[in-house]
Design a protein around this ligand. Structure first.
Ligand code: UD1
Length: 386
């Protein structure tokens, strides 16, 4: 507890306790996978019974569409951003540089004591670098994940963000080990669990009320939910054509629901991929958070290259195939429902999923819906006066 000395003119020259000033925090969100991580953090901060946190939400504008951004704000009950940097799309360097330049001005104006960044997108690393240059304390939520594949833009973002963060908040024990191996001081690392799960728990009821299955004409456990948007899968016409051939074949056996990310849509248009009008293949516009949770829970299996969906399917124990040679979320493979696959093995792995159980794996420790509270306690404890 802070103390304050009364003016000398006061009759009683004593120290009296006074309420501690709230910590001024900027929380940063930039792209679709950030919004469900920031929502529980903001809610926990606003509901703090001791009002210890004065949080402002900064949206970098990396994602800006109704389908990629706005719908998540309304579904997750996120407040309007206090500040929107409106950086939009661009090459990685341009996007990162624009966020840095604009966020630097925000820090100058706002003088935050802490900045909280989440995940591994370009906005995450850009704001982290600004904090390092300005000597502002930085907390990274979802620290320590590593795919050990530096050809992934996100891996670079993760390594750089963790190298400059003051507080590294990890979702699982493997992340702590990665950080210790990189020489990060152990006192900076806190195992808090997975904030994504907080959002699932908060939104489960509303997700279960969605009628997307009826709208799409599919039945529980009788369809496959697909999301693919990684440059390594969709940016090369040959790989994209191979994937679409597998999906078309699969869709003769079970309906395939595939909401198309803008990057994938662009590449499909450019790569003249045969007839996509086959009725079992439901190529739809990007969907919101609740519909996505609903499809993940109800699918026969999920085929994805998204980090978030690997975790969400693990929570629901829905079998998942991840079309990547590696994952920064190995716990989803070790104790969860996930399995890595590749184009040459896809047919065999799809077959195995179709023959396999409808639910598999377990929910990892601390994926319990209470991670956001632990994040804030860690920040408060790190800020406590000596
Ligand atoms: C970004 C993240 C990735 C994350 C993904 C989730 C990085 C390096 N990548 O990739 O980790 O998994 O978000 O979606 O930060 N576009 C729109 N509307 C939007 C935003 C983008 O149409 O609101 C289009 C643009 O044409 C843009 C393309 O999508 O060029 C890709 O967007 P970008 O933010 O560059 O990367 P993502 O592939 O979305």
């Amino acid at each position: 507890m802070l103390t304050e000395t009364l003016p000398v003119s006061s009759r009683n020259l004593v120290s009296v306790p006074t309420a501690r000033r709230a910590l001024k925090i900027l929380m940063v969100a930039g792209a679709r996978p950030n919004f469900m991580k920031v929502a529980p953090l903001l809610r926990a901060a606003r509901m703090d019974s001791s009002s210890r946190f004065d949080c402002r939400l900064v949206h970098t504008g990396q994602h800006y569409d109704q389908a990629m951004s706005d719908i998540f704000f309304s579904e997750l009950g996120l407040p309007r951003p206090d500040i929107n940097l409106e950086v939009g799309s661009g090459s990685h360097a341009v996007q990162t540089a624009k966020v840095m330049e604009r966020f630097d001005h925000v820090c100058e104006e706002e003088q935050p004591e802490w900045v909280v960044v989440v995940g591994d997108v370009n906005s995450t690393v850009a704001c982290a670098l600004v904090c390092a240059k300005r000597n502002i304390k930085l907390a990274h939520v979802e620290a320590g994940l590593r795919s050990f594949d530096r050809s992934m833009p996100e891996e670079i973002n993760r390594i750089v963000t963790d190298a400059v963060a003051d507080l590294l908040l990890t979702p699982s024990e493997d992340a702590d080990e990665n950080l210790r191996r990189e020489g990060i001081a152990p006192q900076k690392i806190r195992l808090v669990g997975n904030v994504m799960i907080d959002s699932i728990v908060d939104n489960l009821e509303r997700a279960r009320e969605r009628n997307i299955l009826q709208t799409l004409g599919v039945e529980e456990r009788r369809f496959v939910y697909v999301t693919l948007h990684r440059p390594s899968n969709v940016d090369h016409a040959e790989s994209l054509r191979g994937i679409m051939a597998h999906l078309t074949e699969l869709s003769t056996r079970l309906p395939v629901v595939f909401p198309i990310h803008p990057r994938t849509r662009k590449m499909l248009a450019e790569s003249s991929v045969g007839n996509l009008g086959y009725s079992g293949l439901r190529l739809i516009e990007p969907i919101g958070y609740h519909d996505s949770l609903c499809l993940t829970e109800q699918a026969r299996f999920v085929l994805t290259d998204s980090g978030g969906l690997q975790e969400e399917s693990t929570f629901f124990r829905t079998p998942c195939l991840t079309l990547r040679p590696n994952t920064e979320r190995p716990i989803t493979v070790q104790i969860g429902s996930n399995r890595l696959t590749s184009l040459p093995q896809l047919q065999r792995d799809i077959e195995q999923r179709l023959q396999g159980p409808e639910r598999i794996g377990e929910i990892p420790p601390l994926w319990d819906g209470r991670a956001a509270g632990r994040v804030l306690e860690a920040i408060a404890a790190t800020s406590a006066p000596e």
